[in-house]
Structure formats: structure tokens, C-alpha cells
Design a protein around this ligand. Structure first.
Ligand SMILES: *Cc1c(COP(=O)(O)O)cnc(C)c1O
Length: 434
């Protein structure tokens, strides 16, 4: 193991010390602090294609991809040029633009379930607004979410789990009043029986089910056969809405997201990450009759000073237009399959039990011998072993998400050469665990 990259370098360490003086925990989003894996975070100074460079001038192969947006790789020349050109025209007007119309059309052409769409500035805002709209539209308060699914940090969606079939949500987080989450019901992912029991009991009171139709925030977890179909069935039967949170999966698993892969039509869809092309954009959209409940034509209020920001929309639109080329997704899928195969081989020859879930260009290597189908099975992972693996990979120049319960992302810049380097690193990293 090359000692030089074993932990954060001198400059990153100094910056982290300073940051902790001025910023809670030294970071502007908690997972960045590396607390699940130990050691201080790398401070990043630049990124290009599949690699990022830290403040100490060390370069790493990047599988975080800004948590998903960088599907074309970092600093893609066409995207950067478009942003530069847009910046010269002014960075924000607080008034409508032609760009927003183009952007709405582009998204609608990829996701036919979206008849109208509204832009916001983050995934959190998108899901929060979709929930308000669903409640306003149905006149019902209760919502259903699944344990292990993340939908941003708005109050109502921070409720996680209780055990049993449907536990009335208890706040996971101080500062979230119990009253705020008492209408949030949680169910285990992939549990069709629990879903049926809940809807039989109180389906007529439920405004919406919201879920990541392929989960990415407990690591990658796929819906089991019939699960999404059953969600569509019970919501339709009870007059509840089905909301797909495709903030990760939208434009990542093909242009049409999970809804195209599984041929399920949600009532509302939330987007973020890729659609901003690396700038802050979120969106929610869906059935016209529902979307028309939004102000100014309907009674449900929702607004944003920087919503539809021309710089952000330009970045997103440039990326989405490049992604019209469906061969990109085929390539991403085959590159990911190579990486998964190499990782499985490396783990096997080192005798380390792992269970990899993967689809399209996302993957999670769970350190467990169990099949991971929900939060409970994800939790069987040996997180200490994961942390050791993470540090060994970092030492070999590979930057992965600093938590067992995240997905890794490939970009079109992850070439065969990059994958081969990763495979060699993984082989060494697994050997340190044996
Ligand atoms: C990242 C994410 C969000 C929140 O998006 P932010 O832009 O971080 O607010 C919501 N839902 C899912 C599925 C996500 O992965």
C-alpha cells in the first residue's frame, strides 16, 4: 500500500481543522465528513473526466460523481462552454425564460408520465413540494414512505422506521415535531403483504406513497418482482397518488428512468441530480390535473427565487441533450458490469464475502453474504470491514462514497483503463481484509 495516499494529506487536514472552526463539523452536508470511515475528508480543488484532485495535488479515480450528477464526467467541455456562455448573459432574472420552456419539453420527451413540470433548486425541495401537492390535491394528510429510502431533509420525510407493519412515524431527528411526522407511515421496502394490510386498513386516508423505485440511499436495492406493480394497483384503487422519487435514477438508468424500465406510470415524479448537470436543479412533475393545483392557477403554494435559474438550466439542458444518445446508457451499463465482475473476482480470491447489487451505472458492494433486498438486510453488512476497504481503496487512489449505504456511480469517462486501475486497487484492498 502506498503510504502517501493513506489518509487526507497535509493541506486537506489543515483545511479541515479550519473548516471545523467555522462550519458545523467542517462540512456543508454530513456524509462528506468521512465519519463512517474514519480519517478526515479530502478537500477537492478540481475535477476532470473520471478523476478528482485534492488540495494536496493528489488525483483519485472518482466513483462519487458529486453523488450522481456527473454522468458525463467532470468538467465536460460542452457543458462548461454552455455555462460560460450563459453566465455572460446574466446569472439570474427572477422572470421566465425561453430556456425553461425548452427544459420542460426536454424532460417531458423522456418521461411521458410528466405532462407538466415545475423546477426547484434541490431534490429536497422537489419531494417536499410534491408531497404538499399530493396532500392538497387529494385532501388527505397521510403519506407512506419506505424504511431506508431517502427523500431529502424536509421534516415530514425524515421519519424512518418503527417496527411492525405500519408504525406511525416518530421523528428521527431533534427539531422535527412529532406532530409533523405523525402523518408519515413507514413500511419495509419490498414487503407487499405489509403494503396490502396498510391499504386495506386506511387506504382511503392516504394522500400518496413516495419511494425511490430503485433505492439508492440504503445502497442499491432493487424492487422485487411485482412490488412496483402492486404499489400502482393499491394507490389507484384507493385514490392515493404514487410518487416516484427519481432524483438519483432519473436520466441515469436510461432516459426514461425506472418508470420506463418497469413500465409503471407514477402520478408524480421528482427529479434532481443529473438534470442540473452539476448545478443546483430539482423538479417535480406529472399528471396535468394534479400539477394544475399549483399556484398561480391552483391553491397549493410553491415558489422559489432562483427556480429555473438560467445558468443551472443551461447546464442541465446541455447534459440532457447529450444523453439523447441512448448508446451512452448501453456503454455505461457494460462498463459497470465489468467493474462488478472484477470486484466479485477480487473479493472471491481474497475470500471476502460480499453481495453486490447493481443496475445500469450504479452499484453497491455490501460486505455481507446475505442478499440485500431492504434496509434490514442492508444492515447485516460489516461496516467496520467496509471502512477498512474504503481506506485501502483511497490509499490506492480510488475515491468511493464514504459510507456502506451509498451507491457508486460511473460516468462515460470511466474508460477501460480507469476500470483496470480500479480492479487492481480492489484486488489489493480486499487482500488487506483477508
Ligand atoms: C439526493 C436525493 C434527494 C435530495 O436531493 P438534494 O438535492 O440533496 O436535496 C432526494 N431523493 C433522493 C432519492 C436522493 O438521492
Amino acid at each position: 500500500m502506498s503510504e502517501s495516499k493513506q489518509m487526507a494529506g497535509i493541506r486537506s487536514t489543515q483545511l479541515f481543522e479550519q473548516a471545523q472552526e467555522h462550519i458545523p463539523g467542517g462540512v456543508n452536508s454530513p456524509v462528506r465528513a468521512f465519519r463512517a470511515v474514519g480519517g478526515g475528508p479530502l478537500f477537492i480543488s478540481s475535477a476532470k473526466a473520471a478523476e478528482i484532485t485534492d488540495a494536496d495535488g493528489r488525483t483519485y479515480i472518482d466513483y462519487v460523481a458529486s453523488w450522481g450528477p456527473m454522468i458525463l464526467g467532470h468538467a465536460h467541455p460542452e457543458v462548461i462552454a454552455a455555462i460560460q456562455k450563459a453566465a455572460a448573459l446574466g446569472t439570474s432574472y427572477g422572470a421566465p425564460t425561453e430556456l425553461e420552456v425548452e427544459f420542460a419539453k426536454e424532460i417531458k420527451s423522456a418521461l411521458p408520465s410528466i405532462e407538466k413540470i415545475r423546477l426547484v433548486s434541490s431534490g429536497t425541495e422537489a419531494v417536499m413540494s410534491a408531497i404538499r401537492l399530493a396532500r392538497g390535491f387529494t385532501g388527505r394528510d397521510k403519506i407512506v414512505k419506505f424504511v431506508g429510502c431517502y427523500h431529502g431533509h424536509s421534516d415530514a420525510l425524515l421519519a424512518k422506521a418503527g417496527s411492525g407493519i405500519a408504525t406511525f412515524g416518530l421523528p428521527d431527528c431533534p427539531g422535527v415535531p412529532a406532530e409533523t411526522v405523525k402523518h408519515t407511515l413507514t413500511l419495509p421496502f419490498n414487503d407487499i403483504t405489509a403494503l396490502e394490510v396498510l391499504f386495506k386498513e386506511m387506504g382511503s386516508e392516504i394522500a400518496a406513497i413516495v419511494l425511490e423505485p430503485i433505492a439508492g440511499n440504503m445502497g442499491c436495492v432493487l424492487p422485487k418482482s411485482g412490488f412496483l406493480e402492486k404499489l400502482r394497483e393499491v394507490t389507484s384503487a384507493s385514490g392515493s397518488l404514487l410518487i416516484f422519487d427519481e432524483v438519483i435514477t432519473g436520466f441515469r438508468l436510461g432516459r426514461g428512468g425506472v418508470q420506463a424500465l418497469y413500465n409503471i406510470k407514477p402520478d408524480l415524479t421528482c427529479l434532481g441530480k443529473i438534470i442540473g448537470g452539476g448545478l443546483p436543479v430539482g423538479a417535480f412533475g406529472g399528471r396535468r390535473d394534479i400539477m394544475d393545483h399549483l399556484a398561480p392557477i391552483g391553491p397549493v403554494y410553491q415558489a422559489g427565487t432562483l427556480s429555473g435559474n438560467p445558468l443551472a438550466v443551461t447546464a442541465g439542458l446541455t447534459v440532457l441533450r447529450i444523453l439523447r444518445d441512448e448508446s451512452i446508457y448501453k456503454k455505461l451499463e457494460s462498463q459497470t458490469a465489468k467493474l462488478v465482475a472484477a470486484t466479485n473476482d477480487a473479493a472471491k480470491s481474497a475470500g471476502i464475502p460480499i453481495s453486490i447489487n447493481s443496475i445500469g451505472s450504479i452499484f453497491t458492494c455490501f460486505f455481507t453474504d446475505k442478499k440485500v433486498v431492504d434496509w434490514d438486510s442492508a444492515k447485516t453488512s460489516d461496516t467496520t470491514r467496509f471502512a477498512k476497504f474504503f481506506r485501502a481503496m483511497l490509499a490506492e487512489g480510488v475515491y468511493m462514497a464514504p459510507s456502506q449505504f451509498e451507491v457508486g456511480f460511473l460516468s462515460i469517462a470511466h474508460s477501460d483503463e480507469i476500470l483496470e486501475k480500479t480492479a487492481i486497487a480492489a484486488k489489493k484492498a480486499f487482500e488487506t481484509l483477508a
